[in-house]
Every structure is written in C-alpha cells, then in structure tokens.
Write a new protein. Structure first.
Length: 397
C-alpha cells in the first residue's frame, strides 16, 4: 500500500467520520450474525445475502441510507475476507469494531479521473457523498488506481492508501549473505557485527507519557478532559509507531540492496505474544511480566521487518529453524546452553570463543540459511560451512 496524509476540511472530516460509522455499524452487524451460529444451525449469511439485507436496512433506516452504499458493501466484503482468513487459519476471528479504533472504509471502482494532482505537493481524491478531498502528494501515485482505503488513527490523523505492488530490490549479485537475529534488547543483530535498535521515545517523551497516563487514570469517564488526554497519548504513541515503521523501511531496504541471501528465524510471533492471563478456573502465572515481554516484542517490529524483507527481496529471504541458534557456538558448532553467560555475552567452553551472543546467533542463522539454499540445489552462499571466527567481531580468549 502506498499511503498519503489526507487533509480534509472540518466539514469533510465530519462526513468522513459518518462513513466510518456506517462501515463500523455494518461490520458489527455481520459479526453479530456469525456470533449466533452454532453447530446444527443453518449457515450464517454470506456476502450476497448480506447485501440484500443491507438494502432492506437502508430502506427503513434514513441514517444508513444517507451514507454511501459502496462504503457499506465494501465493509461486508472486508468482513467476508476476514472470515475466509480465519477459516484459512492465517488470521484470528474478526471481532467487534469500536469507535476511535480501526476507523476507516474502502472505495472501489475508482475511475482514472478520480485521483488528480493539483500542485507539486497537493493531490485530490474524490470520495462518494463528499467530493474532492486533498492529500499530501509526497511521491508519485501509481497509474490505473482502481481502489483506495481511507483510515483514521487514534491520534486523529487521516490517511488515504492506494494498493501498489512493491517493486523488488535487486541484490548486489556477489553472493553476499547475512543472518538477522531479532531480539528484545537488540532489535536486530546482523552477522556483520552490527547491532540495530528501533528508535524509541526520548526520555522527555516517556516522562510526558507517564504524566498523561496518570492524568488519564484520574479523569472522569466520558468527560471532554479525558478525551483530550487520550488524544495526547495517542499522538505520542503514533510518533513511536512512525519511527518504528521508518526504521523497518530503511533497514529492510538496506539489507535487500546489500545482500543476496537474508536468513531470519522462523518465529511464530502471534503464539509468542499470546496473553498468559489464563481463565478463571486456571489463572496464569507471571501475567504482568509476560505482558511486558509481549509489548517489547511488538515494539521491536519483528514481524514488520520480515514482511517488508519478503516484499523487497522475494525468494531471497530464508526462514530457518530457531532452535539452538543462541546456544550453538558459531566457530566449533558445539551446543551448550551454559555458554550464554548473559543476554549479551557468549563464551564457548569448548573452543574458548567469546563474542556478542546476538551476533553469534546471527552467524548460526546465516549458515543455516546457506545450507537450506544449498540443499535446494542453489549456489552456495554465505561462505563455507565451517568458518573461522572473524577477529573484528570476536575476541578469542
């Protein structure tokens, strides 16, 4: 998706919010229909039947009829796709949408003249029932746009996104390979010895966030003051999110441009970040600690980095088995769980290798990726299987 900052007027923003409300209302009705299904009952209605019901609902509900039928039908189409993803076991079951979260709608059947450039930095897109809405023209818009999605984040920012097939980045062609070890303390450790970290909020921003969270705890629910505090918190969190996305884009582009083979661990992030809360009958243990770990994993952009790498370097990203990558010595191959003395120190008790633990794991990931490519009949990448430690990365004791 190629996303641009939307710049609606106050009147247009009110109409955009109405479109979001219609889409959210229709989506929640579809969720409610499927929530009543039980084994032995008739199947829940599909997209075609839901569109017939939508026509009947618009006929008796003036508020719904005042909106765009395209927006409402596409909300049903999105729900149908979400259910297909759920049954395909690629996503979780679609749930309720709340006001202020997941705000947005999709427009299809866009004509060539529905997106135009007004000036060097300003473009316009036509929205049903609203007309022309301006957006910041920060880069070229792909020709032949047939659909777009308008979203609003918690910070109150509007964006318009056009579907774009990303152009793959050509590798150097030298056979260079790299292993990427993703962690919590170090976001990404490379087999080249680099330690990369996602930029987080500054200390002053963290202090302000803490003050706002304390004010939010004291604010009365439903008050205007509480809404203002929530918006201020959302703006700080959006700043952190933007920095993480920018880091992911720059890091993935550099890796795709500099290496022909990129090895990463095949981590099940959705399973790793599940809540440890448990149930009333069997409550979990260490819930707060696990919740903190989950937040740190998500804040380091593990999944975003691999997703963008696969899009920018297709067929050059190899996922390897994560077992023992942090316990195996990259010099002699001995697996010793006691060799990792701390989060940052790895010391092999067999050959005496001492190095950064994350870099050692990155070497193992790189070698495993090279073996996987060789096993498929590809060219040997990443150097020999049994290599000597590099003196600029390792300190041999």
């Amino acid at each position: 998706m190629s996303r641009f900052r939307l710049q609606p007027t106050p009147a247009q923003e009110r109409m955009l919010l109405a479109h979001c409300g219609h889409a959210r209302f229709v989506w929640n009705l579809a969720v409610e229909q499927h929530a009543h299904w039980r084994p032995g009952r008739r199947a829940a209605p599909g997209y075609t039947e839901q569109c017939r019901q939508l026509t009947q609902a618009r006929a008796v509900n003036p508020w719904l009829a005042a909106g765009s039928v395209i927006v409402q039908q596409q909300a049903l189409r999105d729900f149908g796709q979400a259910m297909a993803n759920f049954f395909g076991r690629t996503h979780r079951r679609p749930t309720w949408r709340r006001r202020g979260r997941s705000e947005g709608f999709r427009i299809v059947a866009v004509k060539p003249g529905d997106v135009r450039r007004v000036s060097r930095n300003v473009g316009e897109v036509t929205v049903p029932k609203i007309g022309w809405v301006r957006f910041r023209w920060s880069r070229a818009v792909t020709d032949g746009v047939r659909s777009y999605r308008i979203t609003r984040d918690r910070a109150g920012r509007w964006h318009v996104a056009f579907p774009v097939v990303p152009e793959p980045i050509t590798g150097p062609g030298t056979g260079a390979a790299v292993g990427v070890d993703r962690g919590v303390v170090v976001s990404a450790a490379l087999s080249t010895g680099e330690l990369l970290n996602v930029p987080a909020l500054r200390n002053s921003e963290k202090a302000r966030l803490l003050r706002l969270q304390r004010k939010l705890a004291r604010a009365k629910r439903g008050s205007t003051r509480r809404d203002k505090i929530k918006t201020a918190i959302a703006k700080l969190m959006a700043r952190e999110t933007d920095r993480r996305k920018d880091w992911v884009e720059k890091t993935s582009t550099r890796l795709a441009r500099d290496f022909d083979l990129i090895g990463v661990e095949d981590l099940k992030i959705s399973d790793m970040t599940r809540s440890a809360r448990g149930t009333l009958g069997a409550p979990g243990r260490g819930v707060r600690q696990k919740a903190g770990l989950n937040r740190r994993i998500l804040a380091n952009g593990w999944g975003q980095l691999v997703t963008r790498l696969e899009q920018k370097a297709p067929e050059r990203v190899v996922k390897v088995d994560p077992y023992y990558t942090s316990q195996r010595c990259s010099a002699c191959g001995i697996v010793d769980r006691e060799a990792r003395e701390s989060q940052a120190v790895f010391r092999c008790r067999s050959c005496g290798l001492a190095c950064n633990a994350d870099v050692n794991a990155a070497f193992n990931i790189r070698d495993a990726a090279g073996h996987a490519v060789a096993a498929r009949g590809g060219p040997p990448l990443g150097g020999p299987a049994n290599r000597e430690p590099q003196h600029d990365l390792f300190l041999v004791g």
